[in-house]
Design a protein around this ligand. Structure first.
Ligand code: MN
Length: 729
C-alpha cells in the first residue's frame, strides 16, 4: 500500500468521512502542485508532505492540521497564493499553511543584521539567522499552536532525510534541531517527538558517540531482555494479588539521554559498566489510587534507592507530565527506574499538548480554548530557558522577543500585545479611550488587582468601569505611582484634563461672574466686559476668571473706574475648590472560589483565614501558617468553615502527616498499606533521608478527625516508626 493510502486509513480510524474527504482533496491538490518536483534525495517531493502529515495523524490531530501538513510547502515551492487556498480549503487551513510558510528559513538580510547586530562582530550569521527563525516561531505560537506542530513534524521528516544535504547544512540543521526544536517538543510535552529529534540530531553532531552507545545497547539487548523478564515474573503475580489491572512494559531510553547520563556518570568518576539504568520499567494502571498501591508493591519487592523517588502526580511537571518515578535495586542489585501512571497520564506523556488539545476539541468552549492557549504560551516562555547557544544569540533573542512586550488576553480571549511593564489601566486605554477614562478597577485572572499591577504574559484582564462617566485621576500621570506605562494612554489622560480644565474654568468663571460681578453692572454684556478687560472673546475672559488668572476684585475695580462707582462690598471670598475624589471601591468578589492551602492544609477543627489569591480565588490557611506572614494584609478576608466550599460534596479534605522512622526495607510499603486499610487516598508522598532516619511526608484525604486520629495511631504502631504528627510545614 502506498503511503497516502496508509495515511487515509489512519485518518478514517478517528475522523468523520467529510473530514477524511478534505484530507484526500488536500492530497490531490498537493500532488498536482508538486508534480515533477523531487527532493535532494531523489524521491518524489510529495513523499515529504505525506510523511509530515503521517506523524500528525499518529498524534490523532484534526483534519485541518493533516490537510495543512499535506499542503505545507505549496505556497513556498509552487507559487500557490493564499487566496487560492482560502478559496479551495477555507480560512482555517489556509492560515495554517500560511503560518508554516512564514516560518521558512530566511536568508540573512541587512535589516536583520541591524536588529540583531549590536555586537555584530561577535554574532555569526548563523546565530542571527537562528535568532530570527526563533522569533518567527514564537510569534506563530500566538496565532495558532497547530502551526508549530506541523513545523515540528516537518522537521522530523527533514531530519530523517538529512543525509541528502551537504555537510555544513546537515550540521546547521542538526544543531538547530537539538537546540531549539527538541526542547520545544519537550516543552510541549510530546515525548516521542522530542527523543526522535534528539537522537537524529545527535547522530549528525556526534557520530562516534552515537555509534558507541547504540553498539553498547545492542550488545546488552538480550541480557537486558532476560533481566526484564525476570523482574516481570516477580512483579506480575503481586499486582494480580492486589486485583490491579495493569499494563507493564520495559523500554530502552533514547540514545541522547543515555549519552547525557554517561556524561554525568563520568563526571562522578563512574565507569560505563556501572550504568545499568539504560531502560525503564513502566506500569500503567487504572486510577491514581492504584498508582500508589503499585508503588507500595514495587517498594515491597525491591529496595528503593533513597532520593530517587519523585511524585509527579501530586506535583505535575510544567508540561503537564504526571507519573510516579522510583528507582529500585532489582535482582542482582542493579538499579531499575520504574514509572507508574494512569492511561490518561500516559497519553499526555506521549502526545503532550496535542493530547490535551484533542480531548478538549470536542467541547470547544471559549474557556477551554483559553486554557489551552495559556498552557502553550506558558510552555513557550518556559522553553526559552532551555535554548542554549551563543550567549549573544540568547540575549538578543530574549530582548527582541520578550523584554519589550507582554501578551495578555481580553475576557473574550483576544490577544493584546503591550509594552512590558504595562498595567491594567494601559490595557483599558488600549481597548478604548472611554474604557480607560471610566476604569475604576481591574481583575486579572479573575482576581481584583491594583491598577498599577504589572501585567504578566498570559494574564487575562478584565476592566471594571463605573456606570456614570467619570474622568481619569491626576495620580495616573504621576510616574512614581506607576499607574501608566504607555505614552499613548498618558497622552489621552492629559488631553482629558486639558479639555476638562477649560470646561471647568469657563463654568467656574461664569458662576463667579453671575454671583459676584453682574450686579455691579447690569448694562454691560459679558462680551463688553471681556473687551473692557482686554480679552478677545467671552470664553477667554471666563477661563481667565475661573482659573484665577484675573481676580474678581480686579474686574470690579475696572468696572468701578469706568462707572465712577466705588465698590461697596470688596470682601472677597476664596473660591473653595473641591477636588473630585475618586472612589475606587469595587464590589463583586462575593462568589470567589475557595481553595484549601497545601502549605498548612487546615482541617475543620482549625482556626482559618482567607487570602485573595491571584490564580485561584481565595486560599484558606491556618491562622498560624508560616506562609501567610509575608502575605499582603489587604488581601486578607474573613472566612469560616461554612463558606469554605472546597470538596464540600465529597466531605474530605487533605491532611498532611509527618512520620519519623528508622529506615528499613518495606517501610514505605507498610505505611501505604496502613493508609489503604483505613480506606483513605494518598494525595502525595515524599521521603527525605538523614543517615538512618527517614522522614516521610504524607498528604492524605481524610473525612473526619476521628478518621485522622485512627490513622495516626495505626501508623505509630508500624515497626521502626519513631513519631507521627500532623504538620503544617
Ligand atoms: Mn517541508
Amino acid at each position: 500500500m502506498d503511503s497516502i493510502q496508509l495515511l487515509i486509513k489512519k485518518a478514517e480510524k478517528y475522523l468523520i468521512e467529510d473530514h477524511v474527504d478534505v484530507i484526500q482533496e488536500a492530497y490531490n491538490f498537493a500532488l498536482a502542485s508538486h508534480k515533477g518536483q523531487s527532493r535532494l534525495s531523489g524521491e518524489p517531493y510529495i513523499n515529504h508532505p505525506i510523511q509530515t502529515a503521517n506523524f500528525l495523524a499518529d498524534l490523532k490531530l484534526d483534519h485541518q492540521v493533516i490537510a495543512a501538513a499535506l499542503l505545507h510547502d505549496v505556497m513556498e515551492d509552487c507559487d500557490v497564493s493564499f487566496g487560492r487556498l482560502v478559496q479551495l480549503f477555507g480560512d482555517d487551513i489556509a492560515k495554517l499553511v500560511d503560518g508554516v510558510t512564514k516560518l521558512k528559513r530566511s536568508e540573512i538580510t541587512p535589516d536583520m543584521k541591524k536588529v540583531h547586530g549590536n555586537n555584530s562582530n561577535k554574532l555569526s550569521d548563523e546565530d542571527i539567522l537562528q535568532a530570527e527563525n526563533l522569533r518567527k516561531l514564537i510569534s506563530s505560537i500566538a496565532v495558532d499552536v497547530r502551526i508549530i506542530l506541523i513545523k515540528l513534524s516537518d522537521r522530523l521528516h527533514n531530519m530523517n532525510t538529512l543525509s541528502a544535504l551537504p555537510y555544513d547544512r546537515q550540521i546547521f540543521i542538526a544543531r538547530e534541531t537539538l537546540e531549539i526544536y527538541a526542547p520545544l517538543a519537550h516543552r510541549l510535552g510530546i515525548w516521542e517527538l522530542k527523543w526522535r529529534l534528539e537522537d537524529l540530531s545527535f547522530q549528525y553532531l556526534n557520530p562516534q558517540e552515537y555509534e558507541k552507545i547504540s553498539l553498547l545497547l545492542k550488545s546488552k539487548r538480550s541480557e537486558r531482555e532476560i533481566y526484564i523478564e525476570n523482574i516481570l515474573n516477580v512483579l506480575k503475580p503481586e499486582l494480580e494479588n492486589f486485583n490491579i489491572q495493569y499494563q507493564v512494559s520495559g523500554r530502552p531510553k533514547n540514545i541522547y539521554s543515555i549519552y547525557k547520563k554517561i556524561q554525568s556518570y563520568l563526571d562522578q568518576n563512574k565507569k560505563i559498566e556501572e550504568i545499568y539504568d539504560f531502560f525503564a520499567l513502566r506500569i500503567i494502571v487504572k486510577n491514581v489510587e492504584e498508582c500508589y498501591s503499585s508503588l507500595g508493591i514495587v517498594h515491597k519487592l525491591w529496595r528503593p534507592i533513597p532520593g530517587q523517588f519523585d511524585d509527579y502526580i501530586a506535583n505535575p511537571k510544567d508540561n503537564l507530565y504526571q507519573s510516579l518515578h522510583t528507582t529500585v535495586l532489582c535482582e542482582g542489585a542493579f538499579p531499575v527506574e520504574v514509572q507508574i501512571r494512569t492511561q490518561d497520564m500516559h497519553s499526555t506523556s506521549e502526545y503532550g499538548v496535542a493530547a490535551h488539545w484533542l480531548y478538549k476539541s470536542d467541547s470547544n468552549l471559549d474557556d477551554d480554548k483559553f486554557d489551552n492557549k495559556i498552557t502553550w504560551l506558558r510552555q513557550i516562555f518556559e522553553w526559552q530557558k532551555d535554548v542554549k547557544g551563543a550567549k549573544e544569540f540568547v540575549e538578543s533573542f530574549k530582548s527582541d522577543v520578550f523584554k519589550n512586550q507582554v501578551f495578555v488576553y481580553t475576557p473574550k480571549s483576544d490577544l493584546k500585545e503591550l509594552p512590558a511593564g504595562s498595567t491594567p489601566l494601559d490595557f483599558a486605554y488600549r481597548i478604548h479611550t472611554d474604557i480607560g477614562h471610566r476604569c475604576v478597577g481591574a481583575k486579572v485572572n479573575g482576581t481584583l488587582v491594583p491598577l498599577f499591577y504589572q501585567l504578566k504574559n498570559g494574564d487575562r484582564v478584565e476592566i471594571i468601569t463605573s456606570k456614570t462617566v467619570r474622568g481619569p485621576s491626576l495620580d495616573w500621570l504621576d510616574n512614581d505611582l506607576g499607574f501608566l506605562q504607555t505614552t499613548s494612554a498618558k497622552t489621552r489622560v492629559k488631553q482629558w484634563f486639558n479639555r476638562q480644565e477649560l470646561k471647568n474654568n469657563i463654568q467656574n468663571g461664569k458662576s463667579l461672574f453671575e454671583e459676584r460681578i453682574v450686579h455691579y453692572n447690569d448694562l454691560m454684556s459679558i462680551l463688553d466686559i471681556s473687551e473692557l478687560m482686554s480679552f478677545n472673546n467671552e470664553s477667554d475672559f471666563l477661563n481667565a476668571l475661573g482659573s484665577g488668572k484675573i481676580s474678581v476684585s480686579k474686574v470690579i475695580e475696572k468696572l468701578a473706574q469706568k462707572d465712577n462707582r466705588l465698590s461697596e462690598n470688596r470682601k472677597l471670598e476664596q473660591n473653595s475648590h473641591k477636588d473630585d475624589v475618586f472612589n475606587t471601591a469595587v464590589t463583586g468578589s462575593g462568589d470567589l472560589k475557595t481553595v484549601i492551602a497545601v502549605c498548612c492544609t487546615p482541617s475543620p477543627d482549625s482556626q482559618i483565614v482567607g487570602f485573595l489569591n491571584r490564580d485561584q480565588g481565595v486560599s484558606v490557611h491556618r491562622r498560624n501558617c508560616k506562609e501567610i506572614s509575608d502575605y499582603d494584609l489587604d488581601n486578607q478576608i474573613k472566612v469560616d468553615w461554612n463558606n469554605v466550599t472546597y470538596d464540600y460534596n465529597s466531605q474530605t479534605y487533605p491532611s498532611r502527616i509527618k512520620i519519623d522512622a528508622y529506615d528499613r526495607v518495606g517501610l514505605l510499603r507498610d505505611i501505604t498499606v496502613q493508609v489503604a486499610k483505613e480506606r483513605l487516598n494518598i494525595a502525595s508522598c515524599t521521603q527525605e533521608e538523614y543517615n538512618d532516619i527517614s522522614i516521610i511526608y504524607l498528604t492524605v484525604h481524610i473525612n473526619s478527625i476521628e478518621n485522622l486520629g485512627r490513622l495516626c495511631s495505626s501508623l505509630d504502631n508500624i515497626k521502626g516508626v519513631i513519631s507521627v504528627s500532623r504538620t503544617v510545614d
